[in-house]
Design a protein around this ligand. Structure first.
Ligand SMILES: Cc1cc2nc3c(=O)[nH]c(=O)nc-3n(C[C@H](O)[C@H](O)[C@H](O)COP(=O)(O)OP(=O)(O)OC[C@H]3O[C@@H](n4cnc5c(N)ncnc54)[C@H](O)[C@@H]3O)c2cc1C
Length: 381
């Protein structure tokens, strides 16, 4: 058991940090304020091989392990959390799910496009009436010969409209509950696919979030993921993997808040000395640093487990629950350390605070993470 990153992972961090600071930092604030989808960042992620970095090499991916992926998401989030979620959803919720559950030639074609970053992917589970209760999806899929006809509305979908491919969960039989749900692959330009207007969000504003509307969309059976009725299981397996990325995103945001706080405390003078000399400030910084280190360790452990066979839902939920809470609490502290300046758009800590909140909500809220952890313990797993 080692608590230090090996040489290879340290190199991954160094490269990702350089990439984020050189390529993403200059416009991170601007795209946040404008709520502008950063196509130029997508191009850069593609050019540097981060899109598809975790997908198999035989399809053109980077073949990198889960800890490397978590490190990259963490480092990108430290600079631009919006860009990190574009990447994480494409690579994990979409790419890894295609790798595991798509079939034959469709799997190969779509994986190649995802691994090269040529075409972005999205994952569409949530609906207006099916959020935490994801098994309540009302989007329907009706089999007609070789095809399924899909109708319904997906809401709050990351990469909506900017993605080419969508994994869509739909029910074939509501009386069967979660066992009636199947998962399909839908293309942006198919007849019957349209999009709602992009959501105007509190944080991660440069990422795209919106509705995906499906009206009689015809999908060939070769574009079904897994078997009929396996859609919910596939979605839950995808979310287990995805949550490692959200934990890493939270660690990255919290780390950025800590660094900004240390730097500000050193230079801000009140009562004739830097505020860094005040114990009240030192205690906040010490608590931030300790919690972030703990969140990072839980996240890397979750990443290591996510790369092993079997389900590791509870350990991954613990990492997401803890890291997102650390990010939220400590970005608020970072604003406090900055005083009135922290409340101004000019200082990045207010962006970090807005960005942190989403990590407690998407890919399962903190309350849902607690349910997963408690159920696992109570079932004796
Ligand atoms: C920016 C953003 C991006 C997103 N991206 C995607 C995406 O790409 N794909 C996708 O499918 N979805 C996506 N989502 C949806 C997201 O996963 C859901 O918003 C989230 O799971 C919560 O669902 P809800 O919003 O319907 O809240 P609700 O489920 O209505 O929850 C409301 C409150 O009730 C609590 N609650 C609900 N049930 C329970 C319970 N059983 N026990 C205790 N408390 C409970 C919740 O924790 C929460 O506090 C995104 C959301 C946002 C905001």
């Amino acid at each position: 058991m080692s608590f230090e990153l090996g040489e290879e992972h340290q190199e991954v961090r160094q490269a990702a940090r350089q990439f984020a600071e050189k390529e993403l930092a200059p416009r991170a604030t601007e795209i946040d304020l404008a709520g502008e989808f950063p196509w130029e960042n997508v191009e850069k992620l593609k050019k540097y091989g981060y899109l598809g970095m975790n997908l198999p090499e035989e399809f053109g991916g980077g073949g990198m392990d889960k800890i490397s992926h978590a490190i990259v998401v963490e480092e990108i989030s430290r600079v631009c959390a919006a860009t990190a979620v574009i990447l994480a959803v494409h690579n994990v919720l979409f790419g890894e799910t295609i790798n595991r559950f798509a079939q034959g030639a469709v799997r190969e074609e779509v994986l190649r496009q995802a691994a090269s970053g040529e075409r972005l992917g999205a994952f569409a589970l949530t609906e207006p009436e099916a959020g935490s209760d994801a098994g309540a999806v009302a989007t329907t899929a009706v089999r007609e010969g070789d095809e399924y006809v899909i109708s319904g509305r997906k809401t709050f979908i990351t990469n909506a409209e900017v993605a080419h491919w969508y994994i869509v969960c739909a029910t074939m039989d509501r009386s069967k509950g979660t066992r009636g749900i199947s998962a399909f692959l839908v293309e942006r330009n198919q007849p019957g696919v349209s999009f709602g207007k992009p959501e105007d969000k509190m944080g991660i504003r440069a990422s795209r979030t919106g509705d995906v509307v499906l009206e009689g969309v015809r999908v060939h059976h070769s574009r079904r993921l897994g078997e009929e009725g396996e859609g919910f299981r596939i979605a839950m397996a995808a979310l287990d993997q995805g949550r490692v990325g959200i934990a890493a995103q939270a660690v990255g945001i919290a780390q950025a808040a800590l660094e900004a706080s240390v730097s500000y405390a050193r230079q801000r003078v009140q009562f004739g000395k830097p505020i860094a000399e005040l114990q009240a400030i030192q205690w906040m910084i010490a608590e931030m640093a300790t919690d972030i280190e703990a969140a990072r360790l839980l996240t890397y452990r979750a990443a290591a487990l996510a790369g092993m066979p079997g389900r590791h839902s509870a350990a991954i939920a613990m990492a997401k629950l803890f890291a997102s809470s650390v990010a939220m609490r400590h970005t608020v502290k970072a604003v406090q350390i900055h005083g009135g300046y922290g409340y101004m758009r000019e200082y990045k800590v207010e962006r970090f605070m807005r960005d942190a909140k989403i990590t407690e909500i998407y890919e399962g809220t903190s309350e849902v993470m607690k349910l997963i952890i408690a159920q696992s313990l109570l079932r004796g797993q």
